[in-house]
Write a protein that binds this ligand. Structure first.
Ligand SMILES: *[C@@H]1O[C@H](CO)[C@@H](O)[C@H](O)[C@H]1NC(C)=O
Ligand SMILES: *[C@@H]1O[C@H](CO)[C@@H](O)[C@H](O)[C@H]1NC(C)=O
Ligand SMILES: *[C@@H]1O[C@H](CO)[C@@H](O)[C@H](O)[C@H]1NC(C)=O
Ligand SMILES: *[C@@H]1O[C@H](CO)[C@@H](O)[C@H](O)[C@H]1NC(C)=O
Length: 375
């Protein structure tokens, strides 16, 4: 039997069996930094549970604007990493999960990217070379765009890249930050030339808030769908870490209350405004702080505060489940969790290792795999 027939037969069996066709699964995108933290050490590639991810995004790609090479960002003082050495170690995770797709998340500036055609094709050729050598499966391009013209140039670049990467079966994902007028004109082109769009929702303000609340995710998704982006291409980005503040007035604990400063005495993450899930679980276990937990009635999103004036918003398995069900009901492509490093990698919260990621995986799996009706 030649391979074509075998493949066709396999597909038929899968369809007839109503089973899970890997390419059509709702995605669990696991972002990975591998950053070296003074207080927490490093989450090494081998520590990642690759069985609960469909895609693993390594967050260190950059395009060198002089050599036009796609490579890893050099470690910076506030981002010490395992560097090059992690790439082959990540590739070995396919032994754990053969369906795992490895994606290099690549940040770029747009202003120089699209000037000359030769530059663009150099970058793309170098990208193909990097993927081939690393054993990775695709690139995610993240570019901040501010005006219509730059966005259109970026869209053209993505299309050229997709044309080339398609020849080798590599994936192109574009990461975009929310709805914006500068995207309006080019969004359908970007969508056409991207296998998926990572949709980042970012809420920033100087008062108690949540980074990516459902109240912003939903209109964001709707904005993209209304402009012709196929829902199943959209990957909703959800942070696995929390925000933490010292309240201006310990009595004013509501969402949107005034804040005085960062609530994390460990300033490593976002200058003390960010807190790892694991670190938060430890803090919330300290009963002397007198925690009160409140939850949005509808979206189940939690926030919590202490009698001492600490305030935090975060995700837990309940709010993750709500988000995962929303993604399924809306027919979206999946969820990107940013990031594995900040999920509870030791399982100290009693819900297993990487509970936030695992919750999403479990909810999607229930949907992806038919219920076994034997017996
Ligand atoms: C590359 O980027 C650096 C830093 O942004 C800038 O100083 C330099 O002029 C750029 N070079 C080219 C060739 O665009
Ligand atoms: C990938 O690398 C192999 C050798 O490792 C080489 O034979 C092949 O031509 C390369 N493919 C591309 C597209 O560069
Ligand atoms: C919570 O506190 C209990 C009792 O002190 C301790 O046994 C447990 O390990 C703590 N859990 C976390 C997540 O810190
Ligand atoms: C949430 O539900 C509780 C109990 O049912 C109710 O008292 C409260 O008013 C609700 N809050 C909102 C914001 O709807």
């Amino acid at each position: 039997m030649n391979t074509f027939t075998a493949a066709a037969l396999l597909l038929l069996l899968l369809v007839v069996g109503g089973s899970d066709v890997p390419g059509e699964r709702t995605r669990v995108g696991c972002y990975y930094i591998g950053v070296k933290s003074e207080r927490y050490g490093t989450l090494f590639p081998e520590d990642i549970d690759a069985s609960i991810c469909t895609h693993l995004f390594y967050l260190h790609g950059a395009i060198n604007n002089e050599t036009h090479e796609i490579s890893l960002k050099p470690p910076s003082p506030n981002m010490k990493t395992g560097g090059e050495g992690f790439v082959p170690r990540l590739a070995k995770l396919k032994a754990v999960n053969p369906d795992l797709k490895l994606i290099l998340h690549t940040v770029t500036q747009t202003d120089w990217l699209s000037q000359e055609h030769s530059r663009r094709s150099n970058i793309i050729q170098n990208g193909v070379k990097w993927l081939n050598e690393s054993g990775f499966d695709g690139l995610e391009l993240s570019a901040l765009v501010y005006d219509l013209e730059e966005t259109e140039k970026m869209a053209d670049f993505i299309c050229e890249m997709k044309n080339e990467l398609d020849k080798f079966g590599y994936t192109v994902i574009t990461s975009l930050t929310g709805a914006s007028t500068s995207l309006e004109q080019s969004i359908s082109k970007i969508a056409r030339c991207s296998d998926h769009i990572g949709l980042v929702t970012l809420h920033q303000e100087w008062s108690t808030h949540r980074i990516a609340p459902m109240s912003m995710i939903i209109p964001n998704v709707d904005w993209f769908v209304e402009r012709g982006v196929p829902a199943n291409k959209i990957l909703v980005t959800v942070p696995s870490f929390g925000l933490i503040y010292i309240l201006e007035d310990p009595e004013d604990t509501k969402m949107g209350a005034g804040v005085n400063g960062p609530g994390n005495d460990n300033r490593e993450m976002m200058g003390g405004f960010g807190i790892r899930n694991k670190e938060l679980l430890r803090k919330m276990n300290d009963s002397s702080l007198g925690w009160t937990i409140r939850r949005d009635n509808e979206t189940k999103e939690p926030y919590a505060f202490t009698t001492t004036g600490l305030w935090t918003s975060y995700e837990d398995t309940t709010s993750m489940e709500y988000k995962a069900r929303y993604v399924l009901e809306r027919g979206l492509g999946g969820i990107n969790i940013v990031d594995m490093d900040n999920d509870d990698d030791e399982g100290i919260g009693g819900e297993g290792k990487f509970p936030l990621t695992r919750k999403v995986y479990d909810i999607f799996r229930q949907e992806n795999q038919p219920v076994n009706t034997d017996k």
